[in-house]
Design a protein around this ligand. Structure first.
Ligand SMILES: CC(=O)SCCNC(=O)CCNC(=O)[C@H](O)C(C)(C)COP(=O)(O)OP(=O)(O)OC[C@H]1O[C@@H](n2cnc3c(N)ncnc32)[C@H](O)[C@@H]1OP(=O)(O)O
Length: 534
């Protein structure tokens, strides 16, 4: 774990040289700073000069600065760093730096004039305490310090246009490098105010793995903190977007909308509406999409929140519940998921990896076979019309009676759940007797039944509703309406995700599901301190 919670990196190289050097500078800083890394750009600054250096206005907002920002944010994104390149000094930073860093080569020894210059710059520009540790990030090639070389492609005089009031919209989930570059561009374009619309509600409905999108309040808090750190002189109006237009079609003061290749058409639609309402059209400023050099086969090639959500699948999202009443062995995973979510195929894969499988659906059927512990009570409650001629319960008829009718479903589950739970506990004892370290309890309605106290972790399979309906119609021969009714009698994906330690998704090819499950299993073994074979 890097020793400092936050840091301030001062870069004095010419802007044109930064794209080639960003990765090395951030690699050196990443080993020292765990949390936010602020960057102060002051090309040509000589920190050892007398009198002590003073902070200068940020570099001019032109293509050279944009390229430097793009390189820095791309390099930070590769390392998952929380980078904030400061575009104007101002009030204290949200996470005050605990260390000051400068890429420079100097012989080790007591702090010299460079470190003292660094401390006085940080104090003057950002109110840092004067005695913060100031470290030089040595580089054997001596390649990180000021180098007069400029990027020949950059016209140093070309300036970005500026506008009093600028707007931008997005979901801003897990504020990644591309968001940070987009927002920094907005900050450079805006002189007084930035209106940021944050998508929520129905706008998220069709997003990939929408259940893993951070809550609106968290997205807004991170966005505001980033913006206020980066350019504190602007006014930020952050609003909830429930449709693609938001206030951009009514706000008289707006002058510019920042778009990407993908959202330009949305910007044009906004302008059409503005003109119809007698408002002036907005200047559309298009930014480049930032490429993700590390994207895998099934991910987009641009840096995207959906790829980041993808990478969360199979990982531990929140710490397991600690319940001293639960025996530590075998370790029980409660695997749940709505109908059609593919949890049974996940259970099978876990079985192949060595888990002991308990299928609650099957135990559910077993409790009301004739002579079973729940048979008489189920027949007494639902009548003889649920019986086949041979006296066994016709599950199709029983299912039609209970699915879509909460009261009847509750009557059934009040009878069968305690019996199924008893059988599950027997099976866990059996797993222990066989010396199995991990049990997977495959239970469709584990959370609805309140069975969390029987398991160490909850893993949930999620699938978009339309896909679940398609699968259930094809598999169980139900009508679309009946399939939707069955789904809606269960918890939503989001409710399950909120209570789950691990989330898995079977939306893509079987091979992708297999890799997710292997990753989840591998990480579980690490948590349990096991080798691969339980
Ligand atoms: C706590 C647990 O998870 S126990 C396991 C779930 N079983 C129960 O809750 C017992 C009550 N349910 C039943 O007895 C049966 O499901 C019946 C009779 C209603 C229907 O039987 P069948 O038509 O054979 O359907 P089956 O049992 O395969 O269940 C079909 C789907 O209904 C869902 N389902 C089962 N029970 C419930 C329930 N109580 N509430 C909501 N949905 C349920 C399951 O998700 C299953 O889908 P999946 O196989 O994709 O996961």
């Amino acid at each position: 774990m890097p020793p400092f919670g936050s840091g301030l990196l001062v870069l004095t190289a010419p802007l044109g040289a930064l794209p080639r050097r960003a990765a090395a500078a951030l690699a050196a800083a990443a080993g020292l700073v765990a949390g936010p890394l602020y960057v102060h750009l002051q090309p040509g600054l000589r920190l050892a000069a007398a009198p002590p250096p003073s902070p200068a206005a940020p570099p001019p907002a032109g293509p050279a600065l944009l390229r430097a920002l793009a390189a820095l944010y791309a390099a930070a994104a590769r390392r998952g760093m929380d980078l904030r390149v400061l575009l104007g000094p101002g009030r204290r930073l949200a996470r005050p730096p605990r260390v000051l860093l400068l890429p420079a080569n100097e012989a080790p020894g007591p702090p010299g004039p460079v470190q003292l210059g660094l401390q006085s710059l940080a104090a003057a520009a950002y109110g840092c305490p004067p005695n913060l540790p100031a470290l030089l990030l040595g580089d054997p090639a001596g390649d990180l310090d000021g180098d007069p070389e400029e990027d020949p492609e950059c016209d140093p005089d070309a300036a970005l246009p500026t506008f009093s009031s600028v707007a931008v919209g997005g979901t801003f989930d897990r504020l990644h490098g591309a968001h940070r570059l987009l927002l920094s561009t907005c900050c450079l374009l805006a002189r007084d105010r930035l209106l940021a619309g944050v998508a929520d509600g129905d706008l998220l409905r069709h997003k990939v793995l929408m259940e893993l999108i951070e809550p609106y309040e968290l997205r807004v808090a991170k966005l505001r903190e980033f913006l206020e750190d980066v350019k504190p002189s602007l006014r930020y109006d952050i609003v909830r977007l429930l449709d693609p237009y938001g206030p951009t079609i009514t706000d008289h003061d707006l002058q510019c909308l920042v778009v990407s290749q993908e959202t330009r058409r949305g910007g044009e639609a906004i302008n059409k509406q503005r003109l119809e309402k007698g408002l002036p059209a907005l200047a559309l400023h298009e930014i480049m999409l930032m490429q993700d050099p590390d994207h895998s086969e099934n991910e987009e090639d641009k840096i995207s929140s959906s790829s980041l959500r993808h990478r969360l699948l199979g990982t531990l999202l929140r710490p397991p519940r600690q319940d001293p009443a639960l025996p530590s062995r075998p370790y029980v995973i409660g695997l749940t998921g709505g109908t059609g979510s593919g949890k049974t195929s996940i259970a099978r894969l876990l079985g192949r990896l060595g888990a002991f499988l308990i299928d609650a659906d099957k135990l559910g059927h077993a409790v009301y076979v004739p002579g079973g512990p729940a048979y008489k009570q189920v027949v007494a409650t639902f009548g003889a019309e649920i019986l086949h001629e041979d006296g066994t319960i016709n599950r199709k008829v029983l299912g039609a009676k209970v699915f879509g009718n909460q009261e009847r479903l509750k009557s059934l589950t009040d009878i069968v759940w305690p019996e199924i739970a008893r059988m599950v506990k027997e099976q866990i004892r059996e797993a222990e007797a066989q010396g199995k370290a991990v049990c997977v309890l495959d239970a469709a309605v584990l959370l609805e039944a309140g069975w969390q106290d029987m398991v160490h972790e909850v893993w949930t399979a999620v699938i978009p509703e339309d896909e679940a309906v398609r699968r259930v119609v094809a598999r169980d021969g139900l009508s679309e309406e009946a399939a939707r009714g069955r789904l809606r009698s269960q918890m939503s994906n989001r409710q399950r995700v909120e209570q789950a330690q691990v989330v898995l998704c079977t939306l893509w090819e079987p091979d992708i599901t297999r890799k997710q499950v292997e990753k989840a299993w591998e990480l579980l073994q690490q948590r349990l301190g096991h080798d691969r074979n339980p």
